[in-house]
Structure formats: C-alpha cells, structure tokens
Design a protein around this ligand. Structure first.
Ligand code: PMV
Length: 316
C-alpha cells in the first residue's frame, strides 16, 4: 500500500548563522510550501532493493543534482537504523518538492522529515516527532557538516520556536497575526558553503566576527518578546538590525539587497535575508495594508517568486 507524508518549509526570523555558534534564534514554519514523500511496495525488484526517485526538475537546477538522491538515501538509512532494521524493504521512495533547493527555506531538512515520516509509516512503525527530528538532524549532520539543528526542529514540530543548541526548543505564542512576504533572489547558494566560509572568516579574524555573532545572538530574546506581545514595529526593527549585521559578515548579496530595499521603500516594517544567505530568499514583515504594494515592488525588483505567509496568533 502506498504511504504518503509531507513536511513544511521554514523561515528564520532572527539569528541565522549565530545559531550555529550556540546563540539563540527564532524560526517559524512556512506551511504552504511542502515536500511530499511517498513509499510504495516494489514487486519487480530483488528483495531489499530500495529505489529512490528524486524530484528531477528541482534537482537539475542544482550544481550537484546527485546530492538530492544522496540526501534521500541517508534519510532512509537513518530511519531504518532508528527502527533497528538491518535490511531495507523492497520499495520505491518518491520525493516531490515545492520548496526550492539551496534557497534558505530548509529544503534538505524538509526532505529528511518527510522521508522519515513516510518510510517509518510504510513499515508500520510511524516514528514519533522527536525521533523524526533526530533522524533529520543526523541526516543534516552527514549532508551539511555542522548544522545548528534549528531547521529540522522547526520543520519536524511545525511550530514557531525559540531555538538554542543544546537546550530544549521553546514554543512561541504570537500575540497577533504577522504577515510576511518571502521573495526569491533567483540566486542558489549552498548553506554548507556559506556556513564554512563564515567559519573560516571567524578563524582568520575572530576579533572582527565574534562581536557581530554576539550582537546577532542578542536579537532573538527581544524578538520573542515582540512576537508574543504582537509588537510589529519592534520585530521589524530587530529584523533590520539583523540584516545589517549579516551583511557586515558578507552574507547578503546584490540581489538580496535590491529586494530588501524595494520591500522597505514600499512599506515593509522590516526585511532581511533568511537562511544561509548570499542568495536564496529574503523575508519582509508587512502590515496588511502594504501587502499588495510590497508584493509588486518585489516583483518589479526582479524576484521570480514572491509568497505571502501569515503567522497566526496563538489560540486561547
Ligand atoms: O539555508 P538554510 O535553509 O539551510 O538555513 C541555514 C541556517 C543557518 O543558520 C545558516 C545554518 C544552521 O545550521 O543553522
């Protein structure tokens, strides 16, 4: 029987990169963009043959398209290991993604989460969320090097979170609805590359990089408060500070700068890159009245895809 499961994309509101060095960060699920994984029995292949069908079109846009098949394979291996199974089932694992790869939206963690959910359910032992999260983190460690764990956590739980490495992630309860526009810069960038470049820069010039990481790390706590109090102006200002700090570390790029400037000029309260940077997506906090002008401004500034997403207030 065919089993199908999905996982969402994510947005980092504050704190990317600094989160790798143990500072706190804030992230939210981006539920309308998803990866879907399906698993079905294969009656024609030899026993123990697990066949992977990656999202061809999306993978072809990458410099290294085989990386997607490797990622799915690793997620399958980690899932089987978690279930204490030494032999793979005879099946086909098919992955389809609406989340663009290498674009700051957590595509690789979403693939791992969707695969762990679908394969474990196919085997009759659907993994609980903590174990799905652990499988995705282990897979990220193999495919990405030194992930902070924020992507797999926000995607596995599909909840807004305040995240700090080695601490239990904390759920965030927004005090009101916040609307964000998310725009593609059209530039693909591997997160492994931006993270390792920053690591090199930190080794070469610690006195330059450390204080900036500390300043980025100091934004998440007031950001949490702003979200929970429904303070749009404060959150927007923190996002702008975060962008200036990330740009000073060389993590922005011309295309992102152009989109950020366009969003702010058209009425966004705050705007910044989201995820690994040097390409990928930007994120703008926008009052309801400015959604349409900011969307047009982002398209006019050259973004090939602009999305709208609303973070709903906590119930009760
Ligand atoms: O580019 P993405 O979606 O993989 O996000 C990366 C976020 C970083 O903070 C740059 C890395 C990490 O592991 O937290």
């Amino acid at each position: 029987m065919l089993v199908s499961q999905s996982a969402c994309a994510k947005l980092i509101l504050l704190g990317e990169h600094a989160v790798v060095y143990g500072f706190p960060a804030l992230a939210i699920p981006f539920s309308s963009l998803r990866v879907r994984a399906s698993v079905e029995p294969d009656f024609t292949s030899a026993p123990g043959t697990l066949t992977i069908t990656p999202p061809e079109k999306e993978a072809q846009r990458l410099k290294n398209p085989e990386a997607v098949t490797d990622l799915i394979k690793k997620a399958c291996e980690m899932t089987l290991r978690t279930l204490n199974l030494s032999q793979a089932p005879t099946c086909v694992v098919r992955v389809r993604s609406e989340i663009p790869f290498a674009s700051g939206l957590g595509s690789s963690a979403a693939v791992s989460v969707a695969v762990a959910r679908a394969l474990s359910a196919f085997l009759g032992h659907p993994l609980p969320v903590e174990e799905v999260n652990a499988v995705a983190f282990q897979t990220e460690q193999i495919t990405h090097g030194s992930p902070s764990g924020i992507d797999n956590t926000v995607i596995a739980y599909e909840q807004p979170i305040f995240f700090q490495k080695t601490q239990t992630p904390m759920g965030v309860h927004p005090g009101k609805a916040f609307t964000f526009l998310v725009a593609d810069s059209g530039v693909q960038k591997s997160t492994m590359e931006t993270v390792s470049r920053l690591a090199q820069r930190r080794t070469d010039s610690p006195q330059e990089v450390e204080p900036v990481l500390t300043q980025i790390g100091s934004l998440a706590q007031p950001g949490l408060q702003a979200l929970e109090e429904g303070d749009e102006a404060r959150l927007g200002s923190l996002m702008n500070q975060n962008q200036a700090l990330l740009a000073s570390l060389g993590l922005s790029c011309e295309a992102l700068d152009r989109l950020i400037e366009a969003a702010l000029s058209a009425g966004a309260i705050g705007a910044k890159l989201t995820g690994g940077g040097q390409g990928g997506h930007m994120l703008a906090l926008v009052p309801e009245s400015a959604v349409s002008p900011v969307k047009s401004a982002l398209k006019d500034a050259g973004s090939p895809h602009v999305y709208v997403t609303t973070l709903k207030p906590a119930e009760g």
